[in-house]
Design a protein around this ligand. Structure first.
Ligand code: THU
Length: 162
């Protein structure tokens, strides 16, 4: 037996003012699209804004459904939109923010398990890391260098190869 360890480095910022101009702008844009979420059940409005390698930006927000599991997270709405509107163009960075009547938006949230799996699929597909900027309307901000860091031992298309 030999013991192994998984760890990764990420950046923690005390406020949006510490971010580069470009990252701060993307996070502000993610904050600004949160009202576009359709979240009548959770009242938790998530906004995601991506910058693609061609410099274009595209947004996604969570879209819920009366049949709860049918709802889609902001991250997956975003990735589907990006891939449909700009096919073949890799995503460079995604900023994710949120607001809610019931939860203070003062700390980062990070993507759910299904979204992590989806993010990794896009990283693999384009052979390009997706940087994540995670922050609420205020408070600390995390920058994760690549989404796959959030999914150690993930299952991928490679596992289906002969
Ligand atoms: N949600 C997202 O859109 N992204 C996340 O990263 C976490 C959760 C949505 C799903 C659901 O509509 C609501 O937030 C509450 O879970």
């Amino acid at each position: 037996m030999n013991q192994q360890k998984f760890s990764f480095d990420f950046e923690v910022y005390d406020s949006i003012d510490e971010l580069s101009k470009e990252d701060a702008q993307l996070l502000r844009e993610a904050q600004s699209v949160t009202p576009n979420a359709y979240a009548p059940y959770s009242h938790f409005h998530v906004g995601a804004m991506a910058k693609l390698v061609n410099g274009k930006t595209i947004s996604g927000t969570n879209q819920e459904n009366a049949s709860y599991p049918v709802g889609i997270c902001a991250e997956r709405v975003l990735l589907s939109a990006a891939s449909s509107v700009y096919p073949g163009i890799a995503v460079e960075t995604i900023a994710i923010s949120y607001q809610s009547e019931f939860v203070e938006s003062n700390r980062p949230i990070s993507p759910c398990g299904i979204c992590r799996q989806t993010l990794v699929e896009y990283e693999n597909r384009f052979e390009h890391p997706i940087r994540l900027i995670l922050g609420g309307k205020e408070g600390k901000i995390y920058i994760i260098p690549k989404a796959s860091m959030l999914l150690p031992f993930g299952f991928s298309g490679k596992d289906l190869e002969k």
